[in-house]
Structures are given as C-alpha cells and as structure tokens.
Design a protein around this ligand. Sequence first.
Ligand code: FES
Length: 576
Amino acid sequence: MSAQKRKFRSAQSYGRSDRDGFIHRSWMKSEGLPHDVFDGRPVIGICNTWSELTPCNAHLRELAEHVKRGVWEAGGLPLEFPAMSLGETQMRPTAMLFRNLLAMEVEESIRGNPIDAVVLLGGCDKTTPGQLMGAASVDLPTIVVSSGPMLNGKFRGNDIGSGTDVWKFSEAVRAGEMQLKDFMAAESGMSRSPGTCMTMGTASTFACVVEAMGMSLPYNATIPAVDARRRVLAHESGRIIVEMARRDVRMSRIVTREALENAIRAIALIGGSTNAVVHLLAIAGRLGVPLNLDDFDRLSEGIPLLVDLQPSGRFLMEDFHYAGGLPAAFKGIAGSLHLDVQTVSGGTLREIVADAECFNPEVIRKIDNPACRPSGIWVLHGNLCPGGALMKPSAAEATLCRHRGRAVVFESIEDFKARIDDPELPADASSILVLKGCGPKGYPGLPEVGNMPLPRKLLEQGVKDMVRISDARMSGTAFGTVILHVAPEAEAGGPLAIVRTGDEIALDGPARKLDLLISPPEMEARLAHWRHSKPAPKYTRGYYRLYVEHVLQADTGCDMDFLVGHSGSVVERESH
Ligand code: FES
C-alpha cells in the first residue's frame, strides 16, 4: 500500500457512516469544517502551550496559524488543542513540580483524540520536556516547533542576558556595587519581546537538544521568536508533519539511542543547562531507550565548549543564530556525532551539517580555540551522593573544582533566607554552603534554588564564588561552583540529610568525587537517628500528594514511577 493510501487512526472516528461517526463529525462541523475534510486525510494535532502567564510562549497562537497553513497546504486537517502551560517565572513553588502533570495531560490528550500526528508548540523550560514525555508515551509521528529565543536584552547600550545578568546584578546590589534604581532600569530592558530566555539557559538548551535529536527542522533552536523565519519554519513544519503521518515516522524512530547521544554531546558543545539531564532521562525512560546519569559525563568527555554564550561565555541566542546556529556549531564536532541518524526533516544530520556555515568565529569558536575547557557535565559520586550529583565545570570557578571545606548547613530554603545575610553566620570564603529539603519530594518539585546567593558579608569582602551543595536544581542561566541534584535527596533519607555545620566535605571535580568526611559508623548512627525522627508527610491530598508519593529521584529523571514507559496509541472503546 502506498503512503498516500494509508488508513489513519482518525478514520476510526471520522471514517464511519454509523451513529458514532455522525457524533464525531457533526460536532466538529460546528467549527465550520466542510464535510469533505473528513475524507480520510491525516488529522494533525497542534498541541499548544500558549498562555499569557507564560510570556515565553505568548506568541504561540500566532505561530500555530502558520503551522496550520502548512498542514492545509499539504493535505492534512489541523486541529489545535491547549496543554497546561508552565511559566517558569510565574509558577510557585516551581514549574518543575508540574512537568509530569503536563506530560500526563499531553499523553492522554493525544491518545484520547482522533489525531494521527502531532506538532508540539512550546518553549519555556518545562513545556517542551513535558510535551515530549507525553508524546513519547503515545508514540505518534511528532515534530517540535519551539517558541524561539527573545531578542537580546539591552541596558545602557550593552547586551544583557535573561537570568544570568539578574543573578549578577542582584549580587552587585547586595555587595553595594549597583544602585537599586539601576537594577530596576535593567528589569525593563531585559525582556523585550516574546520568546524564551535568550541566554543558554534551560529553554535554549532544550531547544538545541530537540534540534540535535532531529525532532525539529534545522535552526529551530536559534531563530529569534519574532523573526519572520520562525513563522516560515512553523509553516514548513506543518507541511512536514503531514508527510510524517503518511509515512508513519513515529517519534521512536527519531529519538534513538544515537540521537540521545548526539543531544548529550550538543549540551557540552553549547555549555548547556544541567536541567537537560533530568528531562532527557525522563524522555528516554518513556521511550524505553537505555540512558543513565553517567552517560552524560562519559559522552561529553572531550567535547569542547565552542558556543560562547552566557552563562558560561559572552554572547546571546540572537548572536548564535546569526553566527550559523547549531548546525554550524556541529561542524566543529562532526567526528563525535552520529551523522547518519534520521531527522524529521526527512534528511540525515550529515546533510544538515554539510550545508552549514559559520559566520562569526567569536560566537561559534573553532575547535582549536574553545571558549572553555573542560565542558560538559560532571557526574560526581561519593558517600554524600550515593545516587550521584552534578556540576557544570564551565560555569564553575576553576580553583574551586578541587576543594575541601567546612559545611555551613541550611535545613530548608526558609532557614537559608533567614540566615544568609546574618553577620554572625559561621562562614568564610573556604566554607561550603549546604542546602537541604529542595529535592523532588522535599520542596516539592526540585526547584531552581541550588545557585544560592553568597553571604552578604563575604560579597562585601569581594568573594565571587563558593562551593555550594544541594538536592535542588539551578537555573540554566546561573553560574558558580554549584553541586546539584544530590541523590537521594535529604527528604528521601539521602546522606545530605545528616550533614551538620562544621563537618568537613571534600570535592574533587576532576576525579568526580564528593565525600562527607565522617566515619561510616558515625554516618550510620546519624542516618538511623534521622529515620527515627522523620516528620509525618506534609501533603495529604491532590496532585502534590500524588507527586510526592510517586516521583523518582533526580538521578533517574524525576518522572513518576507509574509513568515510566509507554502505552501506545490504541484506545479500544468508544465514547458512546
Ligand atoms: Fe520561560 Fe526562561 S522563563 S524560557
């Protein structure tokens, strides 16, 4: 049978002349759809996370119209539907708490509706991963159209970067180096258009991951949100998803082990966010592709940081796009990539990279002149993190990557905020700040608080970085010698729970070691005491309870235990 003659999944609803066919079509005709659009053509779902509460996605209704143009043009029937939008800067206690809820909504929306393929429209940090997790568990033909980065921020004639300069300015105000009125003026110049954070934060990182995996058209990660070429890309993606539906090119054919390895190497190449680790682990878990935490360290070994973007470097996403985008950056590490993987474009990565060109070697460095060595993500092990922990060496102070110091412990984020600026805090520049209670179960939701602000008294002495350890994440826009995702988290009884102020901790990043320097009997005695005095569960109803009872630890991607894997697209029963 030719691809054109394929009987689509949607025909179970729209291709019948009985009572159920009447019901499925008739109510859709109330939207003004003519009878002949139910002639067996592929139905394309457009899963849209537009929301005014997610400014990064605020332009997605307009972009969806361009996807629809392409779908109509190619002979499909486009049907847009909403999915929970997770605005990173608005949601409390953290958007990450709801990533799995979005994934559940997306999964069941795709499976329950008569659609044959899906376009995922998203962009803010958790929207794209949540959409991909849900889509992976259904496994229809799938393509991503990202929001695209916002325009570069501007302040007093200089470019400023989302997040990264917020952290810098905030510390400058606390150190008395910047006036509050200037801080407020920078706020108005930072976010000048729709689109995602324009540093190499989590949204930009994950858009690059999507492109590296072949789940979007080339340049999807970097074309600015407001650039007409993004509307063209949306239009072309609409055409392509119809062809993917006809050829039944499912997500599992694109996101293979090789594609995931390309994505991990891309993260090292761009100085990407540590947050991509939990999301990629979760997506791989949905697809049943073997991937573990140590793969991130092993596969990024030797990959140079060639894309000189904040927070690890100097430039912003607009600059990256004008310099040639991800395909041009890939040229520098082509020998380390699986170039023959299939992409949604219909071609291979080899063809995309062959067409690419670098227009600015300051932004996309040459292989013999990297922006930073080492790059990638270090996965630490030791008695303080039996399940592992992460650090991003390109964002860390090189002299602190090997460090031994005394812990200053904060039992919760409230404890931290109450005491960090206390002049009596027993901390000096060699201390190690330890924050507990910020893991998936503890906060709940694994928030971005791991890049703890430094004590004011040390900032005033000129201290710019300290070793910080927590079971939290940090924003992809943040920087510092920050050890994150300590697993198991304190709330789950990990050794982090029993660290005390004054304990000595040894970090050896190059050797991938993180240890609490107490004896094994002392550690066991403290853990036994912790287990004995653990308080009762705090959340007794609703989604919070479901999440806390079922969320997995950061070393396996923080999916819920019952959501790992996939159920396919078959629904056997009718609705009436
Ligand atoms: Fe949405 Fe940064 S806050 S991408």
